[in-house]
Design a protein around this ligand. Structure first.
Ligand code: EPZ
Length: 440
């Protein structure tokens, strides 16, 4: 008998203490108000870091977010032989690739971060060889790399697979036209980097045109690459002998900007992002207006203000490659739509399993039915705080956003996803009035 009494009090103590650290705790917050600054785009930073393998010398990158994915990429480049200095306070990264001599990426590094696959093109261009491991899938999908490998082979790279290890070496490399079956961001970037030093003219047709791809193109051009982008979605690369080191300031993160704007929308607040890249967030801003929120854009195209309505309306969203609705903003908007009057539809077409957060939002009182790739969301009056689990970077943020308006306290585990994608976002939300704490 005494055993049970003891254990129940222990359980309630444990519950009172909150889940095992690290976790995020979010208490119901007032309408968020104020101004916030942004950092550089994670998905531009990661690929631009791999592109430095194409050069021999010291490059300087600015506006680099100190999130865990960037730290992982630093470790990967150091493993290949690069010398790196990074100041997370000034967000300045210095990369010296002169001594880079290794072209093997160990399995555990590939597993830690899928973006590691983006070293393949630059390594093949520099050494004529590359050895990586299949990054494997994650919760949002199988995430194969067949578009990368098939098209490397078309350009004369011999690909051999030994278990999970993929070994590539160049034999008779040849520039040619490559038609992508799907405008894959990673495949476009990997093939483009390889083509920059492949003699002749390569055309990537049905290429990805995300703003992060264009930031990579800007860097490659600064290095001396010859690249042109034409309609329809065709990137033409004429190979050059050598590429030189660069200095570059990475574009601001439209995914961080989206998270802050949704924080304003969901709490009925008012947020100003002076650096907000409105020119690359058209679909999201249009959807905010459809919900009834007021959006103001600075005439320069950089600078966004959102004045939230207290009675948001239900809408439909379908994710798609840029300039369609970004899959990385889908979870954020699903959180906001849980409180929108009427029935919303969110269709995820880019990744086959990226609606996991719907179940967690339902634990908070949201009314969501998932049918295949579509979530049907009936708006409710109120969400309620409870313990939820983040399944990927964007889902972790969506649960934080829902926690801002949920009654009571929401605790979120799976925080390593949050830390992979954001540097100090909890601090920025707190500065806008949010009650959020990261327990580590
Ligand atoms: C990039 O991933 C981003 N990651 C993702 O952001 C983003 O969601 C995605 O582009 C789409 O915008 C980085 O830039 C590091 P894809 P990537 O190749 O390159 C299938 C985040 O939260 N596919 O465009 O992996 C694939 O499975 C992350 O920051 C193949 O089938 O995306 C997916 O269904 C998540 N074969 C679709 O295409 C391939 O060879 C789009 O993938 C390649 C992709």
């Amino acid at each position: 008998m005494s055993e049970n009494i003891h254990s129940t009090s222990k359980v309630s103590d444990l519950l009172a203490q909150g889940p095992a650290v690290p976790y995020l705790a979010v208490d119901q917050s007032p309408p968020l108000e104020g101004e916030a600054l942004l950092l550089g785009a994670k998905n531009a930073t990661l690929v631009i870091m791999t592109s430095l393998i194409l050069t021999k010398g010291v490059s300087i990158l600015r506006n680099i977010p100190a999130n865990d994915d960037v730290i992982h990429m630093i470790q990967l480049l150091e493993k290949l032989g690069a010398k790196i200095a990074f100041d997370p306070n000034t967000n300045v990264l210095e990369v010296d690739t002169r001594a880079l001599e290794d072209y093997h990426v160990p399995l555990e590094m590939m597993k830690m971060m899928r973006a590691s696959v983006l070293v393949m093109g630059p390594l093949l261009a520099r050494f004529g060889k590359a050895e990586i491991a299949f990054p494997g899938g994650d919760v949002i999908g199988a995430r194969p790399v067949d578009y990368h490998l098939i098209n490397f082979q078309k350009m004369g790279v011999v690909i051999e697979q030994h278990g999970q290890v993929v070994h590539g070496h160049t034999q008779h490399v040849k520039a040619r036209n490559l038609l992508l079956e799907y405008p894959s961001v990673g495949a476009t970037e990997n093939l483009m980097m390889f083509a920059t030093r492949t003699p002749g003219t390569t055309r990537i047709i049905n290429a990805a045109l995300e703003p992060e791809v264009f930031d990579l193109i800007a860097v490659l051009k600064k290095m001396g690459a010859r690249i042109q982008v034409d309609a329809p979605a065709t990137i033409t690369i004429t190979g050059v002998e050598e590429l030189k080191p660069v200095e570059h300031t990475v574009i601001f993160d439209r995914m961080e900007a989206a998270a802050l704007l949704v924080a304003g929308a969901i709490t009925g607040g008012y947020i100003h992002l002076p650096q907000g890249p409105a020119h690359s967030m058209g679909m999201l801003l249009m959807k905010f207006q459809e919900m009834g929120h007021t959006i103001l854009i600075h005439p320069s195209g950089t600078g966004i203000k959102i004045k939230a309505t207290k009675t948001p309306t239900a809408i439909s969203i379908k994710t798609a490659p840029y300039p369609g609705f970004a899959t990385d903003m889908q979870a954020y908007m699903m959180a906001a739509l849980t409180l929108a009057q009427g029935m919303s539809r969110v269709q995820e077409t880019v990744f086959e399993n990226r609606l996991m957060h719907a179940k967690e939002l339902s634990k908070m009182g949201a009314q969501i039915d998932v049918v295949h790739d579509t979530a049907l969301i009936r708006g409710v009056e109120q969400l309620y705080g409870t313990h939820v689990i983040a399944s990927d970077i964007r889902a972790s943020c969506a649960l934080v956003l829902a926690g801002l308006v949920a009654e009571g306290r929401t605790t979120i585990s799976g925080v390593y996803h949050w830390k992979r994608g954001y540097q100090g976002l909890e601090g920025k939300l707190r500065a806008l009035g949010a009650n959020i704490t990261l327990y580590e």
